[in-house]
Write a protein that binds this ligand. Sequence first.
Ligand code: NAD
Ligand code: UGA
Length: 482
Amino acid sequence: MKKNIKNICCIGAGYVGGPTMAVIAKKCPHLQINVVDVNKKRIDDWNSEDLSALPIFEPGLESIIKDCRNQNLHFSTDIKEQIAKADMIFISVNTPTKTKGIGAGKASDLKWVESSAREISKYAMGSTIIVEKSTLPVKTALTIKRILESQSDNSTNDSIPKRFSVLSNPEFMSEGSAINDLENPDRVLIGGEDQEAIQELINIYLNWVNFDKILTTDLWSSELSKLIANAFLAQRISSINSMAALCEKTGADIKNVSLAIGSDKRIGQYFLDSGPGFGGSCFKKDILNLVYICNHYGLTEVSNYWQKVVDINIWQQKRISHIVVDKLFRTVSGKKIAIFGFAFKSNTNDTRESPAISICNDLIEEGSNIYIYDPKVRELQIEKELGIDKNRINIKKDKDGYWHYSNDIEETIKDADAIIILTGWSEFKKLDYKNIFHLMRSPSWIFDTRGILDSNYIKSIGFEFWRIGLGNQNEDNQYFVM
Ligand code: NAD
Ligand code: UGA
């Protein structure tokens, strides 16, 4: 499908649609980009005069929005109009795990993808290239094509018959570094059958990406590569987290182990930081989807193997809650605990699947009073994730503990028994821990689940200190008994 691409529409103004289109707009001033969403509040936030009120926090995003918005980048709820105008449409809608029905808890819920395809089939005019940006189960392009074809060639209203070409172009950016990842991708992957449509998409990326970084392949390999890439990344985290537990038992230090194994080029240095378990909207859902697909094809052993990556992740979060309770004399009831960080990683305001959710809920369940501080996450978001209402009235009746939102470090730690660092925000490294020590109740604990503090320094202040993957090197009772 040869086209002269002028107008791009992106359905879905979320963590992927917003930043991805912002970068295309910045790099391609000759294109008009329209990002549409059904969520009016989200669109209003994207159009907010106050750039700190954008719905997504990403370093570098504000300045692109400032330069491109209302120039060649537009956010609206005019779905019908923008689909009709578009030469190329990106589908960047959510694909969460199904919560009910067949495949509940594992399969991806494709209702938003299907509704996007139906809207496209209804409103698109002439020839349109459809690009799958969302992460999708392998073979979804077939579903999209079938829906689109149900309208192609038999349109009655348009003088030009509708024609569609479907491409897969998965997104590999990470939150917190999205703009840098989008501007300097390791690779751009394009899957499809229609060579002319593939070339049109390549032409867009060539505005800022070297040709040798653009990989083209068939549709199914492209769709599947995205799921597999996320599964491999998550597997590394579960692997290092499982070994962190062994380090704690044996007196080794996971940081030293990561350095030692990561120096081997075949293993590589990245993604070897042990922590409270992976969070984020995608790793868990994408692996569960892979597990579901493998089961569907009768590959039970393969499916069981990948399920373990998720199991270890859940275990890691529980393990941390248990350690905290154990160290605080096996009870946290009535104790104040300061939570440093609620986002699933630093440099984002995203809390989806954050390990903080399960760990905070466990501690509330145990009766503790937790004070949560995060530089970018808002109170309402925390309330939604914890499922306990904002006025601290406990809607889950079996819990005694409560949570409190705090936007001040001093209030967060005053008279607290413990600090738990759950997100590796750089500001937590720079705090005045000597002063903090004097404001807390003794014995004062720091649990560093991100490994960002210097254990010797923190202990020298007088803190009791636990760090992920750090065994007690001086304990002599740890000989391995055959
Ligand atoms: P998101 O929930 O932040 O955004 C999706 C948006 O789509 C929502 O605002 C929703 O209102 C909108 N939407 C849904 N159906 C619609 C419709 N029919 N018409 C118009 N708007 C509609 O999700 P996200 O984090 O941006 O993820 C989107 C997809 O990208 C997912 O498949 C995800 O797996 C994938 N992905 C996400 C990331 C990431 O870092 N978040 C990275 C790579 C890939
Ligand atoms: C991840 C992938 O890295 C992206 O390539 C992919 O596009 C994206 O998922 C997606 O499909 O949504 P993201 O979830 O944004 O990106 O962030 P990551 O940096 O991968 O971190 C995921 C989780 O793993 C975080 O909770 C993070 O703290 C944790 N993590 C990461 C570790 O515990 N240790 C590490 O060494 C790295």
